[in-house]
Write a protein that binds this ligand. Structure first.
Ligand code: NAD
Ligand code: MG
Length: 396
């Protein structure tokens, strides 16, 4: 039986992973090693019982008593805290889902790779902040990383049986988000609720706003560069409002391979779970006559400054990705807190990158796991300063 662990089991991706495991036979099919979560310990315990996990880990120490109580009589171990998360990642497993949100997902993935474990990677922040490190670590230990982001799963599938050297371009599709049809001058006044009205995908609050600002696509452009090793100039972004094509690979002979499907993350998760085989997945099938048409348009530079910033990050490399991701997180916090406007988020990220480039020299900085985590903290503090300065300018 395959041994499986899920990091971030109680999140949107984690829930859907558990759902698919149960769909494929649950504890009869898989040996679940570790499930981890945050404050929702009741749900974590419920999943651990359903899959008969060895251990359930909450990220937060103060949640341990509640987790213990919820697991009473089950024989399942309970643990808490950052060290416990790493210990869980060190437990022998064949396949691990990395679905913790944010920079906290980086270290557990690293630990898993050291044991040669296959890493299903939903946590795009890992590649954005520490791509070269992560890929090198995987190569060193003969571990495989399977992409779970829908675009990257699509590209991965369009590359099956092909030679990367024959790739001319990679086209990432983007829905354009909730505000794609708004007049530009209205964007500055967009509210959180308006940015949350995503046309196609049902996701968490943060990633949905990142979709409206295209910060999510900006992260994905960097993710593409790091994972597939293509040059930044080979990566394009196209707005495709229907979200039916999940991304495309163009080859030297002019052929384009596109991956189509319903907007349902269980496809990408299920592909990684069953790879290299394909299994029946409970996702809707496309009805082309009902779809009738697929449309495309180029993203406007003025509407989506995040895409330009991603290009700058790729040109700088080094710790620029870590700084970019952290600054984006803080800018998003301030937008959600209504302290800055929707269009100000890019300004905060740009100011943060500029300040850190001057002071810390992002591109030439050494890059170990500790350097990345330390830059994450530094950039968060810098972005706080930039956001508050911007909020003060707006108020005054
Ligand atoms: P989520 O917020 O729904 O879930 C996050 C999980 O991480 C939860 O289990 C939570 O308890 C845990 N967690 C939160 N903070 C933690 C911390 N400090 N330490 C340890 N664990 C912590 O997030 P999600 O939408 O499932 O996204 C997970 C990852 O997958 C993200 O990197 C996201 O960008 C990526 N992703 C998500 C989707 C999607 O459809 N939701 C699509 C593509 C990629
Ligand atoms: Mg995606």
């Amino acid at each position: 039986m395959r041994r499986i662990s899920i990091f971030g089991a109680t999140g949107s991706i984690g829930e859907q992973t558990v759902d698919l495991m149960l769909h494929h036979g649950g504890a009869e099919t898989f040996r679940t090693v570790a499930l981890t979560g945050g404050r929702n310990v009741a749900r974590l315990a419920e999943m651990a019982r359903a899959l008969r996990a060895e251990v359930a880990v909450t990220a937060f120490d103060d949640c341990l008593p509640a987790l213990r109580a919820a697991l009473a009589g089950s024989g399942i171990e309970a643990a808490a805290g950052e060290v416990a998360l790493l210990e869980a990642a060190d437990r022998p497993a064949d396949w691990i889902m990395s679905a913790i949100v944010g920079a906290a997902g980086l270290a557990p993935g690293f630990h898993a790779l050291r044991h040669g474990t296959t890493l299903a990677l939903a946590n795009k922040e890992s590649l954005v902040t520490a791509g070269p490190l992560l890929m090198a670590e995987a190569a060193r230990h003969g571990a495989r990383i399977l992409p779970v982001d829908s675009e990257h799963s699509a590209i991965f599938q369009a590359l099956v049986g092909e030679d990367l050297a024959a790739v001319e371009r990679i086209v990432l599709t983007a829905s354009g988000g909730a505000l794609r049809d708004w007049p530009l001058e209205r964007l500055a006044r967009a509210t959180v609720a308006e940015a949350l009205a995503h046309p196609n995908w049902s996701m968490g609050q943060r990633i949905t706003i990142d979709s409206a600002s295209m910060f999510n696509k900006a992260l994905e452009v960097i993710e593409t560069r790091e994972y597939f090793g293509v040059a930044p100039e080979q990566i394009e972004v196209i707005i495709h409002p229907e979200s039916i094509i999940h991304s495309m690979v163009g080859y030297r002979d002019g052929a384009m391979m596109a991956h189509l499907g319903a907007a349902d993350m269980r496809h990408a998760i299920g592909y990684a779970l069953n790879w290299p085989e394909r299994a029946d997945l409970p996702v809707a099938r496309l009805d082309f006559a009902a779809l009738a048409q697929l449309t495309f348009r180029a993203p406007e530079d003025a509407r989506y400054p995040a895409l330009r910033l991603a290009r700058e990050v790729m040109a700088t490399r080094g710790l620029a990705g870590a700084a970019f991701n952290a600054a984006k997180e803080i800018a998003l916090d301030h937008f959600i807190g209504a302290r800055i406007g929707f269009a100000d988020m890019a300004g905060v990220v740009e100011d943060t990158l500029a300040a850190l480039s001057r002071r810390n020299g992002l591109g030439n900085a050494p890059m170990g796991l500790e350097d990345v985590l330390s830059m994450d903290r530094i950039a968060r503090a810098e972005a706080e300063t930039c956001a508050l300065a911007l909020a003060a300018r707006r108020a005054g």
